[in-house]
Design a protein around this ligand. Structure first.
Ligand SMILES: Cc1cc2nc3c(=O)[nH]c(=O)nc-3n(C[C@H](O)[C@H](O)[C@H](O)COP(=O)(O)OP(=O)(O)OC[C@H]3O[C@@H](n4cnc5c(N)ncnc54)[C@H](O)[C@@H]3O)c2cc1C
Length: 519
């Protein structure tokens, strides 16, 4: 479906297809509203495919005294673990305690006891020095005292966004990618009356009637709605990760450590069959119209931290297979040290124009409900719904006898009830992982057929993540991928070549191992 095919009036239009927009979309459709989501690029193109992929309470916010933020996030983590098994998965953490720097064992224990209390379950444990040395081979032994372990959770961030959007569409909502909100119109009383949107491919624009637009454009929010609070502006802060093959350091849990340079927490963690090291927290001075990239300075910072914690481990930047950078949409009043800026979300309303920004992936539902609460005075009575039945109508396990349980869980987690379509539709031979990743071959043709692929990068970086998980962005698999997609993507030879060239160029500039270039 394209812009020219849609209705010309909606109860709510959402600008932005990251986790915030997707969460609002899903919640609003479920409440029975007529909802349209417009995303200027691809779904999850922004920060929501570039996070640390943690569904977490945010232990460090406790240290800043942000008990409510942590409590909300812990509650959301528990809810997401229950609601999305196979997509949101439990993840263990280990945090070494040193005598010469970083938090003491006693302060960690207090923090973790509060954390466990919030989750209503003891979720932490202690490790002796010798246990830590066994669990983390190559760890710095000088001044090592012990370690604490705790539980949080992990997600494929882009797939969470996609699941919310496609399930929202399944329930009756409308969503378009590559469609940008370019302006709003108000009536004589100043109330929102319509939204102008442009198809990024044809450049055709249309006006769509609505009384509510929710601006969920993350770091781009001020382009559509300048903040009314004096001196309050979005401060784009970049966070970067380096990605390594799991074979060089087979981790089963996150190693959380304190960077010796600035005492920030940094994580080395397993994800989708690879190992990620991140993140940084620096002012984003790159062109906001372009995809962000990891600078050499950030890569050196991350490697320096790793070398400090694992001095005997032979890992260098040459082992890095790819990288990813994202921009935090942080609302800043008075510029302070980057990692001290608040991560809490804010909602502004202005006669039908609602802006929501900041926050975390973990708390997307909270953001969604706060935004919808702010929109309520402008909304009509929703039509009654019985969506719960519709969405669970085809449980995957009733039809998936030939598929191994682990694969079935993965598909139902990532695609929900729509996982049924995948299992019903494709040959059994495609239900195996793409080498060195957890992505399944079957996800490629499914995405090509059903998931609004505009460009090859949408498929390889967000529908499946092989562009991040394989050396050289997985280009040696492109022939097989092309064969699998050909029945569903009617791309002529010229378009195919163009897409391939554009993908390789994008990957080298923004997703490859960091190069010596200035930010
Ligand atoms: C490095 C890093 C690590 C993080 N790690 C975690 C973590 O582990 N756990 C956690 O809970 N949170 C984490 N976060 C925070 C979390 O990722 C973000 O809060 C969240 O992804 C923001 O989502 P969003 O939808 O508001 O913004 P985005 O994902 O950026 O979405 C905004 C979308 O709006 C679109 N857009 C812009 N202008 C327009 C327009 N005019 N019309 C239509 N669309 C438009 C953009 O293309 C974009 O896709 C992390 C953030 C960063 C940067």
């Amino acid at each position: 479906m394209r812009l020219s095919d849609i209705n010309k009036e909606y109860d709510i239009i959402i600008a932005g297809g990251g986790v915030t927009g997707a969460g609002i979309f899903y919640e609003a459709v479920q409440k029975g509203y007529r909802v349209l989501l417009l995303e200027a690029k691809d779904y999850a193109w922004g920060t929501s495919s570039r996070s640390s992929k943690m569904v977490h309470g945010g232990l460090r916010y406790l240290k800043q005294g942000k008990f409510l933020l942590t409590k909300t996030a812990v509650k959301e983590r528990e809810r997401l673990l229950k609601q999305y098994p196979g997509l949101v998965m439990p993840l263990k953490f280990i945090m070494p305690v040193f005598g010469h720097y970083g938090p003491s064992k006693a302060s960690m224990k207090i923090g973790l006891s509060i954390y466990s209390f919030m989750a209503r379950e003891k979720q932490h444990e202690s490790f002796s020095r010798s246990e830590v040395i066994k669990k983390i081979p190559g760890i710095r032994q000088k001044n090592l005292i012990s370690a604490v372990g705790f539980k949080d959770a992990q997600v494929d961030d882009a797939r969470l966004v996609l699941r919310l959007i496609f399930e929202g569409c399944f329930l009756g909502g409308t969503a378009l990618n590559y469609t940008k909100v370019i302006g709003i119109q108000r009536n004589r009383k100043g109330h929102l009356a319509a939204v102008s949107a442009m198809d990024e491919e044809s450049l055709a624009s249309v006006e769509i009637k609505t009384k509510v637009m929710i601006n969920a454009t993350g770091a781009f929010a001020e382009a559509l709605h300048p903040f009314p609070m004096k001196k309050s502006h979005i401060r784009p802060l970049r966070g970067s990760h380096l990605i390594f093959p799991k074979s060089i350091f087979p981790l089963d849990r996150v190693i959380s450590f304190i960077h010796p340079k600035d005492l920030r927490p940094v994580f080395l963690f397993p994800w989708e069959g690879s190992i990620l090291l991140g993140t940084t927290d620096v002012d984003h001075d790159q062109d906001m119209k372009m995809e962000p990239f990891v600078t050499m300075k950030e890569a050196d910072y991350l490697m320096e931290g790793l070398k400090h914690i694992l001095p005997d481990f032979d890992l260098s930047l040459n082992d890095c297979i790819s990288s990813i950078a994202g921009v935090r949409p942080v609302l800043s009043k008075k510029k302070k040290e980057a990692s001290r800026e608040s991560r809490e979300h804010v909602v502004y309303k202005d006669k039908g124009l609602i802006t929501v920004t900041g926050g975390k992936l973990t708390t997307f539902r909270r953001l969604a409900n706060d935004a919808l609460k702010a929109a309520k005075p402008y909304l009509p009575k929703p039509v009654s719904t019985n969506f719960k039945e519709k969405i669970t109508a085809q449980p995957v396990d009733e039809i998936s006898h030939q598929i191994p349980k682990g694969i079935e869980k993965r598909l139902s987690g990532r695609y929900g009830a729509l996982g049924y379509e995948i299992i019903r539709q494709y040959d059994e031979e495609l239900f195996c992982p793409i080498e060195n990743t957890k992505s399944l071959w079957v996800e490629i043709p499914y995405a090509a057929e059903h998931e609004n692929i505009g460009h090859l990068s949408d498929l390889l970086l967000r529908r499946v993540r092989v562009g991040l998980l394989l050396p050289k962005g997985g280009i040696n698999l492109l022939d097989r991928i092309e064969t699998l997609c050909r029945p569903y993507l009617s791309w002529e030879n010229k378009k195919r070549d163009k897409e391939k060239k554009a993908y390789i160029k994008l990957w080298k500039t923004c997703y490859g191992p960091p190069q010596k270039k200035e930010s």
